[in-house]
Design a binder for this molecule. Structure first.
Ligand SMILES: Cc1ncc(COP(=O)(O)O)c(C=O)c1O
Length: 418
């Protein structure tokens, strides 16, 4: 028998093995100063393209004022306990009512964290004889929810309708034997590459197959659709989404999340969501802050207009310069380049140190080997000047990548095998 920790001493995991080269710079970086389009990284001014503050609310003066007043009034403890026991208030109810109306559903229920909320919503929606059908590129919180499922699950090829249909056929056959139902889970927007889930086509399959649709719209909420109600509204199928999820961690620039559905489904979920029944209620300062933010989402379409002006300037500018930005249909702006992990590290260092551009870098194993994904998140607080500077910087790093500069700079950098 070996010691439980032996494997940890030997293998730090696919990302952890890069810790010696990456920590503090590529991962766990410290961005300092007020959250905005320009912040400080290791004492240097950088244009920040890595924060999901889509509508620029994180440092909005009115929002900050409401947050501060709510913190002064309620502190960070109130209310104590889980919703079901002692953590329920009228303001929690009011926020739920307003969120439901905003996303055009009968009812909503607050979640103290998006991730855990997603995990336990999946868990609560299915029983052993039910079958889950979900996208192979689903967010980790969906995968973890599926992991709790005691019955069968099928993954389909990313956003591939043919594969979805094939898996619905398999699931239907199986469900006829088990006597269960089918839950299909998609994201409204896939956060890494920016494609919208093909909700319209998925919904059309309801004509042929009997399933319920659960959509994680973390990136769509507040950014897509005529009123900002998300990917379902954008694609004209919001009423066909059976359970809708969004987090406050992106457009709302806060913490917390919610699910929305028919009243009867929410009534069921509020008595069966283990992550809410056995954990502390969303803090009041976050509830009050979310009411303020939601009011701004509703009444200030100019925030979304400014966001999209920046998104379009950035994405069109990149395309015009010949960059591959994949198939994004949202604010998420991926830029794909070809290179090794050490080259990617040298390139990002150049971007940050010499061009003052801070964006996230994604490499294998999150994306295929040999690809570098630089992920840019435009927000309403960016300016066209930020976009121009960034486009110039990107042209420069592409040239240096292609002429081998980063290969030379990175010679000798290898992942520690320890
Ligand atoms: C698609 C998606 N779902 C769920 C979550 C989790 O939300 P939270 O940060 O509120 O836990 C995230 C990340 O924030 C996300 O990107």
């Amino acid at each position: 028998m070996r010691d439980l920790f032996d494997k940890i001493y030997k293998d730090k995991g696919p990302l952890g093995k890069w810790a010696a080269q990456a920590e503090g710079y590529f991962v766990f970086p410290k961005l300092e100063g007020p959250i905005s389009n320009r912040m400080k990284f290791r004492g240097k001014d950088v244009i920040t393209w890595s924060i999901n503050d889509y509508l620029g609310l994180a440092n909005n003066e009115e929002v900050r004022k409401v947050d501060a007043e709510a913190a002064a009034e309620y502190g960070s403890a109130y209310p104590m306990g889980a919703r079901m026991m002692s953590g329920h208030t009228s303001l929690h109810e009011q926020l739920q009512t307003e969120l439901a109306a905003f996303v055009k559903k009968e009812a909503a229920y607050l979640l103290n964290f998006g991730y855990q909320g997603m995990v336990s919503t999946v868990d609560a929606l299915v029983a052993k004889d039910d079958i889950i059908v979900y996208d192979v590129d689903a967010h980790a919180c969906i995968i973890d929810g599926v992991r709790l499922h005691m019955g069968k699950r099928f993954t389909y090829k990313h956003n591939d309708i043919e594969s979805i249909e094939k898996n619905l056929q398999r699931a239907t056959k199986l469900a006829e034997q088990t006597g269960g139902g089918i839950l299909l889970i998609s994201e409204g927007v896939f956060g890494m590459r920016g494609e919208q889930g093909r909700l319209k086509e998925i919904v059309a399959l309801k004509e042929k197959y009997n399933f319920r649709l659960f959509v994680d719209d973390a990136h769509g909420f507040g950014t897509l659709g005529a009123t900002g109600a998300g990917a379902g509204e954008e694609q004209g199928v919001q009423d066909q989404i059976d359970v809708y999820f969004a987090t406050f961690a992106k457009s709302m620039a806060s913490t917390g999340a919610f699910i929305a559905a028919d009243q009867e489904i929410i009534d069921y979920l509020k008595y069966n969501l283990r992550s809410q029944m056995f954990a502390k209620s969303l803090q009041m300062q976050l509830v009050v802050g979310a009411l303020k933010r939601l009011d701004m989402l509703r009444t200030m379409p100019e925030l979304r207009e400014k966001l999209w002006k920046n998104v379009n300037a950035l994405q069109n500018g990149l395309k015009k310069r010949g960059f591959d930005i994949g198939t994004t249909q949202s604010c998420v702006t991926p830029v794909y380049l070809k290179g090794s992990i050490p080259e990617a590290m040298a390139l990002v260092k150049d971007l940050r140190e010499n061009h003052g551009i801070f964006c996230s870098i994604v490499v294998y194993p999150v994306i295929p080997k040999g690809l570098i994904l630089l992920r840019l998140i435009p927000t309403a607080s960016h300016t066209l000047q930020d976009v121009e500077e960034t486009l110039d910087a990107f042209s420069s790093i592409r040239e240096r990548l292609e002429n081998g500069t980063y290969k030379r700079l990175s010679a000798g950098v290898q992942a520690s095998e320890a």
